[in-house]
Design a protein around this ligand. Structure first.
Ligand code: 5GP
Length: 130
């Protein structure tokens, strides 16, 4: 059965898309730690980061860097943190989290956003993608 993220890539489940190329896809996390919390994923569905082939791993890092730089430019944050967990969704994803304090990195505190706020954030990040 395809993962929820494969369904997002295919457009079967809606998302707030930030970036896409032939091999990778980025969209806002629906339950963000902070405004602009973004997930970068390979289109190839693989469960665990360390099981990616090297080219996909390196490509995912390069794609995440591009998206992370756009987040830093678009949003008010001290830096962008990067985390890979994957205990909830078995499809590799890099969390890019705009950080202003340690709590933003902990996955303990969540922020709730309106549809309009999600759209505005996704547009702001998208406009800074090079
Ligand atoms: P992890 O697998 O790394 O523990 O966490 C999965 C992440 O995916 C969570 O931060 C969760 O909020 C996010 N997530 C789960 N389902 C969806 C979804 O349907 N849409 C979006 N945009 N994010 C999701």
């Amino acid at each position: 059965m395809p993962s929820i993220f494969t369904k997002i890539i295919k457009g079967e489940i809606p998302c707030y898309k930030v970036a896409e190329n032939d091999d990778f896809f980025a969209f806002l996390d629906i339950n963000p730690n902070a405004k602009g919390h973004t997930l970068c994923i390979p289109k190839k569905e693989v469960d665990k980061l360390m099981d990616l082939d090297e080219a996909t791993y390196m490509g995912l890092m390069a794609f995440s860097r591009k998206v992370g730089k756009a987040i830093e430019q678009a949003l008010d944050c001290k830096r962008v943190g990067m985390t890979v967990i994957g205990l909830e969704v078995p499809h590799v994803h890099v969390h890019l989290i705009p950080l202003n304090n340690m709590q933003d990195a902990t996955f303990q505190k969540k922020v709730s956003l309106t549809k309009e706020e999600f759209e505005n954030i996704a547009n702001a990040i998208r406009s800074k993608i090079e």
